[in-house]
Design a protein around this ligand. Structure first.
Ligand code: ADP
Ligand code: MG
Length: 699
């Protein structure tokens, strides 16, 4: 299919298809449910289910699945067939409203963080009518939420939907204060830019570390890395270009508008940016994008790596979460306005975000916490682990002038009053050249740049929506009571800027000075996930997350437990993989090389005493010493891992710190030696493709 408009969304049961296929009344009732979250009655559900089934069968589907997002961070679904027997030799294809609305998959193999008692293994999936059903691999996939028997969220979508609903309600209260009586809904919007690596699949399959852990645990630096910066935005190679074309088409069919693509900073690294949409759909789309990226790569003899740090010494991959709020009339609430009134409203939202971010640095850091992402944050390639906000000079100056009660000097040297009635008209500043900020205002949206490339964006957006909605609620509470709105607003803005200006930083976030400066400003610097995740349970956070019903207390606890558990499990698997690689592959390779060296040296000596054996002897001496050392370090690593499984009763936080301080540190020590050995051993002896091959072989 080459016609893009025809191809776009052809696997999606979208609004147009629904309007065309559903009786008018049913379609209207469905739209009401979608827009206002009204419960769907059984006849409507039956009618929608029937239309969905017919459409799916016409497109070759035989099965349906409730597609959900458990706390593993990837998607899941149990595939049931439409086939229903009517008598011993006849079947019909059936799908009822009941099956559309609710499913009961076995939940026992999904992480629950203590939410699901083992005697109650059932989980429930419930249709999310705000996200379209779609066709994938012969199944009709129905986006659903996933919860336990007791109604607790076992997934990432449920809290995200709750947070969107919360923000909708609180933002509307603010709009009403500014005299907006027309807007009926505010939706959070997201565009998630996705970074990834593409390498040759045959080479990928030769590396146990990539297969088991998604990243290379060993690998000496190649002679060329990313020093020349010749890859960034460079010419896309033919094999990669064919992949990207195919990927775009597959995504378009699923209604995902992949818009731009380019090479990233590291060799073999690329990026895809979609058009933004509502947070919920953007999350579903990002999950699908990651799945499709891998599938299409496989068809092209490539492997798509979504790990945050597949290669040491080379930039890792992240995800930029572009975030804003939009009214049902399509007005972006973070777009600076044309009139002072609009600008005052814009400033209120902006200042609310500043307060929310400063007050909840810990929660935002947690939202980016994972074993993989720990390699990036603070490594001069991604923002540091310190949260701050980039506003750009002009906005920062305007806030400062408001605070000081002085005139604002604009870039063209004119002076303007700054009062709510005299706000300067400022242009949307699209010249954001500060790529080092973790949370940057980019003209009409914020870009949260800390997320890891493999993460689901659901968690981060749920936190963003909740912390911002909480401040909007607080602001609305105060302003709704005010006798005189304008002075009350001015006082609120001033007070808030005064209190939270420490979070604004327009400088280089990668510099050492910033780490010092941030410390003196009292900002948090939570270096690893093991440091960050325990903050989930601070009283402030539990209160905030439960206050508006986004999470229950046990749901917060379950997220805390699962995140820490994943963190330690991943390091555990990495450590075992390392030990396996050393003993089964690396040491045998070195020994075999040393054997050839010593055989050659002996043969030379037999021929004549005067033939130099300098190379053989030097290498043998060095490699003997290094391989003994590697063996010892590996034994040590295995002992540390064994001990970790014995330390019970110390609590999950202590185990997390143990894995970071002891096991992970030991992995680093082991790797250094293996990498040095690699640089000395003949390439034909080495059991794994080198960094050079992995990074530069796709043409
Ligand atoms: P930049 O060049 O600053 O990265 P782009 O306009 O190319 O900006 O957008 C980058 C990403 O931000 C895209 O995925 C885009 O869809 C998303 N984006 C743009 N506007 C919004 C918005 N209002 N809300 C959420 N995401 C947005
Ligand atoms: Mg960007």
């Amino acid at each position: 299919m080459s016609n893009v408009p025809e191809m776009f969304g052809c696997r999606v049961f979208n609004d147009d298809i629904m309007r065309a296929r559903l009786p008018k009344e049913i379609y209207k009732a469905f739209r009401k449910t979608r827009e206002d979250g009204k419960p769907l009655d059984q006849t409507v559900a039956n009618s929608v289910a029937n239309a969905m089934k017919n459409w799916a069968i016409e497109h070759g589907a035989t099965h349906f699945t409730h597609w959900f997002q458990p706390m593993t961070g990837i998607t899941a679904g149990k595939h049931d067939s439409f086939v229903t027997p009517v008598d011993p030799c006849k079947v019909i294809m059936e799908f009822s409203g009941k099956e559309l609305i609710k499913g009961e998959p076995d939940a026992s193999s999904f992480p629950s963080g203590g939410l699901r008692a083992t005697f109650e293994a059932r989980g429930y999936t419930a249709w999310d009518p705000t996200s379209n059903a779609f066709l994938k691999d012969g199944s009709l996939c129905i986006p659903t939420t996933f919860c336990s028997f007791g109604g607790e969220a076992l997934d990432k979508k449920t809290p995200l939907l709750r947070s969107m609903d919360l923000l909708d309600r609180q933002a509307l209260r603010i709009l009403r204060l500014f005299g907006d009586t027309e807007t009926t809904h505010v939706t959070t919007t997201v565009g998630a830019e996705q970074e990834y690596f593409l390498i040759d699949k045959a080479l990928y399959e030769q590396r146990k570390d990539l297969l088991y852990t998604g990243r290379t645990l060993f690998g000496a630096k190649p002679p060329k890395g990313q020093e020349l910066e010749d890859h960034y935005f460079g010419v896309i190679k033919p094999r990669v270009s064919a992949y990207m074309k195919d990927l775009d088409e597959e995504l378009w069919k699923l209604g995902i508008l992949s818009k731009t693509k380019h090479n990233e900073a590291a060799p073999a690294q690329h990026e895809l940016a979609p058009l933004f949409t509502s947070s919920n759909i953007a999350t579903d789309h990002n999950q699908l994008t990651m799945e499709v990226m891998k599938q299409v790569a496989s068809r092209h003899g490539l492997a798509c790596l979504l790990h945050e740090k597949p290669f040491a010494g080379v930039n890792g991959s992240g995800k930029h979460n572009n975030w804003s709020m939009s009214t049902n009339n399509g007005v972006n609430l973070l777009e600076p306005g044309e009139s002072p009134r609009k600008n005052a409203q814009f400033l209120l939202f902006l200042v609310a975000i500043i307060r929310a971010v400063d007050q909840n640095q810990d929660l935002l850091r947690i939202a980016a916490a994972s074993t993989g992402n720990d390699h990036r944050l603070g490594a001069s390639e991604a923002p540091p682990a310190i949260i701050s906000i980039f506003l750009g000079d002009e906005l920062t100056d305007i806030l400062q002038s408001m605070l000081d009660g002085v005139k604002y000097e604009s870039p063209d040297k004119t002076y303007m009053e700054v009062g709510l009635d005299y706000l300067p008209r400022f242009k949307k500043d699209t010249t954001d050249r500060n790529r080092t900020s973790p949370f940057a205002f980019t003209g009409n949206k914020f870009e949260f740049r800390m997320l890891g490339s493999s993460a689901s964006i659901a968690g981060a957006n749920c936190i963003l929506n909740t912390v911002i909605a909480d401040v909007l609620c607080e602001f609305a509470d105060e302003l709704e009571q005010a006798e005189d709105f304008r002075p009350a607003l001015r006082s609120l803005l001033r007070r808030t800027i005064q209190k939270h200006q420490r979070i604004i930083f327009n400088g280089n976030n990668y510099s050492d000075e910033w780490v010092q400066e941030a410390q003196s400003r009292g900002l948090l610097n939570l270096q690893s996930s093991a440091d960050a995740v325990p903050y989930y349970l601070c009283e402030k956070n539990i209160r905030l997350l439960t206050r508006h019903g986004v999470f229950s207390e046990s749901e917060v606890y379950s997220r805390y437990e699962i995140t820490l558990e994943n963190y330690t499990k991943q390091i555990h698997i990495e450590a075992l993989t390392m030990a396996d690689m050393v003993k089964k592959d690396i040491l045998p390779a070195v020994v075999s090389y040393m054997k050839d060296l010593s055989t050659t040296a002996c043969q030379k000596k037999q021929l004549s005493d005067r033939i130099s054996c300098y190379v053989e002897e030097t290498l043998l001496t060095r490699l003997s010493a290094l391989s003994s050392e590697l063996y010892k370090q590996t034994e040590q690593l295995e002992q540390h891992v064994a001990k970790a499984t014995q330390i019970e009763g110390v609590g999950i936080e202590a185990i997390g710190r143990y894995y970071r301080d002891v096991v992970f540190a030991q992995m680093e020590a082991t790797r250094v030696i293996a990498d040095e050995i690699e640089s000395l051993v003949g390439e034909s002896y080495w059991p794994y493709p080198t960094y050079g091959k992995l990074l530069f072989s796709v043409k």
